[in-house]
Design a protein around this ligand. Structure first.
Ligand code: UD1
Ligand code: MG
Length: 462
């Protein structure tokens, strides 16, 4: 028998008042990705037929944020015009879900849920009509409590605000993640009422209704409690960020990366790092980024969207964005590699050097205080201190092409478009405005003069 279709409903319509924000709660970020983005990515791993995202508060911002998402073909936004509760929210998605489907309901403010846990929830539908993901926590304050009967079967969920003193002592909580078969779910949802403290239609009331109807209900727990940590405030947002970062750092260390202090590294997006790479403190790496083996990354570096090969040395306070760096390159301290930078093997980029859309061939060196933009720099070429490729004429960008084994003296301006032939030498302090032939010395500075008998000015008397 083929599996029933799987439809996932993600609740994201709420205002998130406790965030005290102008932005929808579900667009706040953990590890550089929105809360809703995390949930969609975990849900997508189950290959559902559709993901129905219930939106309301600032819905246009939410839709726009996912316009180019890789799963956008499977995303269906459903509007909940008034936020009348989580049960009312799920009801909005029901008309476009087939009767024989399994419905997995997620909340967009629980971002660390693993897809394995969700897969287990769906698998439980083979023998149950309703499954609730629960957890036993130290501090259940604010969460729905799992109520069990004499035989220890779950019989209801009671929201904090509606709970009795005794019920508030229960430490088993509702994660907000519930899976059910569509047909009975629709029946229960049609019966829920808003006669509670918050005057909302609670999704959680379906549990009591299913129990009363004698339907087979069960609970599951995630492998790690952090998976069900919800975010209702900025304090919880920061807590979840730390949980995420700690688990990321642990994963990297277990794969052979040395991290000086796992509480002082931030990994955002897809990042892979090879064995024996050593990362010092306060480093931020944003994906997609691939870093090879035996790379050293000194303190305070920010690396985004880049590929870094084996044995690269990155010194302190270096910022690298959309760059490709080959093996044994040395960069920094205080270097800034901007998008389109490509460094071949053994290139050296020193302090206060900025590169942009620049290809440097093997062994090229730019050691101090230079700007190399829209440029090709040949093999073993040396660029002295304070050299500037003047790539912008105020209207358009132009290219500078520098050959192999060139020596550019300090404090030169290379006014693009300009080409410097292999083996050429540019005298220090030159402004180069026309092409330089191979193996020549080009020099454009004024000849030095000496004036004898010259007197220094003296300070006027008051
Ligand atoms: C909910 C659960 C609670 C559970 C907790 C876990 C209910 C009634 N309560 O409480 O049992 O312990 O999650 O985190 O379900 N939303 C809508 N439309 C609405 C209301 C809410 O889409 O009308 C969305 C919100 O955007 C949010 C999610 O549903 O993503 C949960 O709503 P929230 O207000 O955060 O519920 P909790 O108080 O956290
Ligand atoms: Mg919540």
């Amino acid at each position: 028998m083929s599996n029933p279709p799987l439809h996932i409903v993600i609740l994201a319509a709420g205002k998130g008042s406790r965030m005290r924000s102008q932005h929808p709660k579900v667009l706040h970020q953990v590890a550089g990705k929105s809360l809703l983005g995390h949930v969609i990515d975990s849900a997508a791993a189950l290959a559902p037929n559709k993901m129905h995202v219930v939106i309301g508060h600032k819905k246009d911002q939410v839709i726009e944020a996912f316009a180019n998402h890789p799963e956008s073909a499977k995303l269906q936004f459903v509007e909940q015009t008034e936020q009348l509760g989580t049960g009312h929210a799920v009801t909005q998605a029901l008309p476009s879900i087939p009767e024989n489907a399994n419905v997995l309901m997620l909340t967009a403010d629980v971002p660390l849920i693993h897809s394995d846990t969700l897969t287990a929830m769906v698998a439980s539908m083979q023998s149950h009509t309703l499954t609730v993901l629960t957890a036993i926590v130290d501090n259940p304050f604010g969460l729905g409590r799992i109520s069990r009967d004499d035989t220890d079967s779950v019989c209801a969920i009671v929201e904090e605000k509606d709970a009795s003193h005794e019920q508030r002592k229960i430490t088993e909580i509702n994660s907000g993640i519930i899976c059910a078969r569509k047909a009975p779910l629709a029946g229960w949802l049609s019966q829920i009422k808003n006669t509670n403290k918050q005057q909302e239609y609670y999704l959680t009331d379906v549990v009591g209704l299913a129990y009363q109807a004698g339907d087979p209900i069960t609970t599951l727990q995630p492998a790690n409690n952090y998976e069900v940590q919800g975010i209702n405030s900025r304090v919880q947002l920061a807590e979840v960020e730390r949980i995420y970062q700690t688990s990321k750092a642990t994963e990297l260390m277990e794969a052979g990366v040395t991290i000086a202090d796992p509480s002082r590294i931030d990994i955002r997006g897809d990042v892979t790092i090879g064995q024996d790479t050593v990362i010092d403190v306060n480093v931020v790496i944003q994906g997609p980024t691939q870093i090879g083996c035996n790379v050293t990354i000194a303190p305070n570096c920010v690396i985004s969207d880049s590929q870094i090969a084996d044995n690269v040395e990155i010194h302190a306070n270096t910022v690298i964005e959309s760059a490709r760096i080959h093996s044994h390159a040395q960069i920094g301290p205080f270097a800034r590699l901007r998008p389109g930078t490509q460094l071949a093997e053994k290139v050296k980029i020193g302090n206060f050097v900025e590169t942009k859309n620049a290809q440097l061939d093997a062994g090229a060196k730019v050691n101090h205080l230079s700007y190399v933009g829209d440029a090709n720099v040949g093999r073993n070429t040396n660029i002295g201190a304070g050299v500037i490729t003047c790539n912008y004429d105020g209207a358009n960008k132009h290219q500078t092409t520098i050959g192999n084994d060139v020596f550019v003296g300090s404090d030169c301006q290379l006014v693009a478009p300009v080409t410097i032939g292999d083996g050429a030498t540019i005298g220090a302090g030159s402004t180069i405005t026309s092409n330089v032939s191979a193996d020549t010395l080009a020099i454009s500075r004024n000849k030095q003069r000496e004036l004898t008998g010259w007197q220094r000015p003296v300070k006027n008397k008051k």
